[in-house]
Each structure stands twice: as C-alpha cells, then as structure tokens.
Ligand binder design. Structure first.
Ligand code: F6P
Length: 323
C-alpha cells in the first residue's frame, strides 16, 4: 500500500485533529503518501482530496474541531454517490482509507467496502461513546469534562437560589455523557435513553430530597430520553410540584467543541497509528478501538449493530451518592 486517504465524518468531536495528525505522521513514517478528503464522504465524491505533509498537521494536536471539516453525506448513501467516490479514489490511486467518525460513518464504510472492496479502517470519533468495540471514543472524555464544568457552575447558582435545575446533555441514543456527568457532577437523578425513568420517579426523587432538607437539586437529562427533552420534563414536573423553583439549561454544542483532554489526545494518537498499521497489516472493513487499554479491531458490522450497554450499577451509584 502506497497511498491512503483520511477524512472525518459525522458530528465532530474534540480529538479528531489529534487523530488526523497521528494518521498522517504514522503513514509518512511508514513511507506511505497520505491524502485528506474534506467534508467526509462528500470530499471523496467531489474529489476534494489533497496531499498532506507532516507540516500540514503541525499545531493541531491541541485544537478542537477538525481541519478536514465534517459532514453527514446523504449522497454517499446512494449507489450513484458511492460510484462517484470510487471513481475519484481510483483516479488518485488511493488504496486504503482511514475514516474517523461514528456509526453513520462506519455504516457507509461497510457499504463501500462490500461494493468496491476498498480497505477501510475506522477510528471511533464521537462524543456519544456509543460504539461497540471501543471502551471509549475520541471526544467523549472532553465532552464529559466540558459538561461537568458547566454543571459545577449551574450548581453554584442552583444552590444560591434553592432551585431545581434540569440540565440537558447530548446523546440522542446514548446515555454515556449523562451517566458520567451525573456521577461527576453529583446529580440527584440521571435520565438516559437506555433505561426508563418515569415522571413519578423524578417527583419522588425531588420529594425525598425535600424531606431530607435538600435545598437544590440537579437532574441530568440525556437528549434522547423517552420522557422528552429537559424543557418538556421540567414542565411536567412543575405541574405536579408548583412550589418548586425550576430552571432548565440545555448545554448543546459546547460539548462538541474545545481543546481535547489529555485522555482524548492520547487515545486519538494511539487509534490513528493503529488504523494505519492495521491497513498495512491487511486489516480492512473494521474499526480500531481501545479495549482494556489495548488496540483491538472489530468488524464494522459488529461495531454498528451491537449495542454497548450502559452499566446500570452506575445509575444506582447516582442514587446512593445523592442521598
Ligand atoms: O453524534 C454526536 C451528536 O453530538 C449527538 O450527541 C447529537 O444528538 C447530535 O450529534 C447532534 O447533531 P447535530 O450537530 O447535527 O445537531
């Protein structure tokens, strides 16, 4: 293999730049030419593919976002789109691809490999941490730390005014950010999409807190919770407990930005190198992940179809620690 391409796709995540840097430098280290495609699969389709040198990735290790830009390509999910992408990479002589992204990215990669046999290795880049085959994903740790910083600040004001705050964190189908910030931020309750929490559960938690003379509470709501978003849940609770002073804070996309933590920089660097080495060693159609602190390759199909269940003991921990 003499030429490979790298791109970032799906929702961006802090540490993607560190991974791009690692792919580029390890490829060059192994004597391979490396190209970047802009805007994920759209770059492959449009032929927006350019050569990367070692200095192209200088000074990006510590930066959030992605220098290659990102997109969720609709065209790549059509046969015509993938045919165009194949034509472009053939024209450039690209023999292997590193795709940095989440489940949507790997679903596309799997299709592309099945149709055209191009070796692709995925590096898990998503703040949601929802990929089977990796204990953590690039950006998750940073997102949790960003959310925690915000929750600490919210707690200050919640405490001063004796208020209940519903704080919404990201994770449309995944409660990983919710559970980590719930434990790290000392929340009274965490509502995640994977496990059912009723409005009565919320009311009981708040009533019990009041009985124990708690003056303020924080409830974390993962954005995909079945009871609705934080504003909707807060409204339902306010109806039942009108004497409570309730506020809502939706943290939103601040969780996707900012400098990656040390953990994410190191994880991204390790995954980038393992992705390139995987391609060189004949791996294809798989995601490289970290499992028990080791680099492991998991077939795309498994990585996207198998769920990585939340540990319910962690939710119990929130209950015990908020007593
Ligand atoms: O997949 C990462 C993620 O941040 C989810 O947690 C969230 O639901 C979604 O992306 C938001 O996507 P967008 O940036 O398109 O609003």
């Amino acid at each position: 293999m003499k030429k490979i391409a790298v791109f970032t796709s799906g929702g961006d995540a802090p540490g993607m730049n560190a991974c791009i840097r690692s792919v580029v430098r390890s490829a060059i280290y192994h004597g391979i030419e490396v190209y970047g495609a802009r805007y994920g699969y759209n770059g492959l389709i449009e032929g927006d593919i350019f050569k990367l040198k070692s200095y192209s990735v200088s000074n990006i290790l510590q930066r959030g976002g992605t220098i290659l830009k990102s997109a969720r390509s609709k065209e790549f999910f059509t046969k015509e789109g993938r045919a165009k992408a194949y034509k472009q990479i053939q024209a450039k002589g690209i023999e292997g691809i590193v795709a940095i992204g989440g489940d949507g990215t790997f679903t596309g990669a799997n299709l592309f490999n099945e149709e055209y046999g191009v070796p692709i290795i995925g590096a898990p880049g998503t703040i949601d941490n929802d990929l089977y085959g990796s204990d953590s994903t690039i950006g998750f740790d940073t997102a949790v730390n960003t959310a925690l910083e915000a929750i600490d600040k919210i707690r200050d004001t919640a405490n001063s005014h004796d208020r209940v705050f519903f704080v919404e964190v990201m994770g449309k189908h995944s409660g990983y950010i919710g559970i980590q910030t719930g434990i790290g931020g000392g929340a009274e309750l965490v509502m995640v999409p994977e496990l059912s929490t009723t409005i009565d559960d919320v009311l009981n938690t708040l009533k019990q807190g009041r009985d124990r003379d708690k003056t303020s509470s924080i409830i974390i709501v993962s954005e995909g919770d079945e009871q609705g978003n934080a504003i909707e849940i807060a409204a339902k609770v306010a109806k039942q407990l009108p004497d409570l002073d309730i506020r809502v804070s939706t943290l939103g996309h601040i969780q996707r930005g900012g400098a990656p933590t040390a953990f994410d920089r190191i994880l991204a660097s390790r995954l980038g190198i393992a992705a390139v080495e995987g391609l060189l060693n004949g791996q294809k159609n798989c995601m490289v992940g970290i499992v028990n602190n080791e680099m492991k390759y998991t077939n795309f199909k498994l990585a996207i179809s198998k769920s990585k269940p939340l540990n319910p003991e962690l939710l119990k921990l929130v209950e015990i620690l908020s007593i």
